[in-house]
Design a protein around this ligand. Structure first.
Ligand SMILES: Nc1ncnc2c1ncn2[C@@H]1O[C@H](COP(=O)(O)OP(=O)(O)OP(=O)(O)O)[C@@H](O)[C@H]1O
Ligand SMILES: O=C(O)c1ccc[n+]([C@@H]2O[C@H](COP(=O)([O-])O)[C@@H](O)[C@H]2O)c1
Length: 207
């Protein structure tokens, strides 16, 4: 049975955007993976529920955005009934004994991961690859999580082997940052809706 190398990109995908695709393609190439699985979160436990689009809409939009045969959009957490990453990994890993997994995330999440449930356990379950993100990248490298696991940081030159390393092992990619951001897209859409609604009802909208 040959081992499959899988990157897991957990996210709200509210909505999916080019930044997700960009780091997924980087991960496929640099980490020498067979596939990246986008794991659409039913509800990030640290994010407000009120501006979260319905799960089915986020999945559907992610499927339209992924646009690559080796990026799979999944509802794994919905199926497992988990919302915390540590719980998801504990349930997922034994179900795929022929796969090696690596957790993928942006630099913003390296800065926040110490707030996640059982966060130190996550570092001991899977290797982690972190991608530079505009305005976060440098501070988080001296943050709480990076300091706690400083001895387990692996340099980018060993990227091809990361997925085979025994955790804890993590890597920070100093790649060109991508501006994609779901917050920015939601803000842009809200502004566009406001402008549209501001057009008086008796005036034809020029759309
Ligand atoms: N432009 C980007 N560069 C690097 N990582 C990114 C980028 N966009 C998203 N990610 C990472 O992808 C994962 C899922 O991100 P998520 O779906 O929350 O998108 P987001 O743009 O960060 O959303 P929001 O702005 O609502 O927080 C996270 O680990 C996040 O850090
Ligand atoms: O496990 C936790 O406590 C936890 C807290 C916040 C976020 N996460 C996970 O982090 C991933 C990225 O979330 P997001 O919303 O930044 O895209 C996603 O898989 C979430 O389920 C996990």
């Amino acid at each position: 049975m040959s081992t499959r190398r899988i990157g897991l990109l957990g996210g709200s995908f509210n909505p999916a955007h080019e930044g997700h695709r960009y780091i997924s393609l980087l991960a496929l190439k640099r980490l020498c993976l067979h596939e990246v699985w986008w794991m659409v979160s039913p509800q990030n436990p640290l994010k407000p529920r009120d501006d979260m689009a319905p799960f089915a809409d986020r999945i559907a939009a992610a499927r339209r955005s992924a646009g690559h045969p080796r990026i799979r959009v999944t509802a794994i957490e919905k199926a497992l009934g988990t919302v915390y990453t540590a719980d998801t990994l504990r349930a997922l890993l034994p179900r795929f004994p022929d796969c090696r997994f690596v957790w993928l995330m942006g630099a913003d999440n390296l800065g926040q991961i110490w707030e996640w449930k059982d966060w130190q356990r996550i570092f001991t379950l899977v290797p982690i690859a972190i991608f530079a993100r505009p305005s976060y990248s440098y501070d988080v490298l001296s943050g709480k999580a990076a300091m706690r696991f400083a001895a387990d940081r692996v340099w980018e030159s060993r990227a091809r082997n990361l997925v085979h390393m025994d955790p804890p092992a993590w890597m920070f990619f100093h790649t060109r940052p991508h501006q994609g951001s779901a917050t920015r897209i939601r803000a842009y859409r809200a502004a566009a809706n406001k402008q549209f609604l501001a057009i008086p009802a008796d005036e034809p909208a020029n759309i």
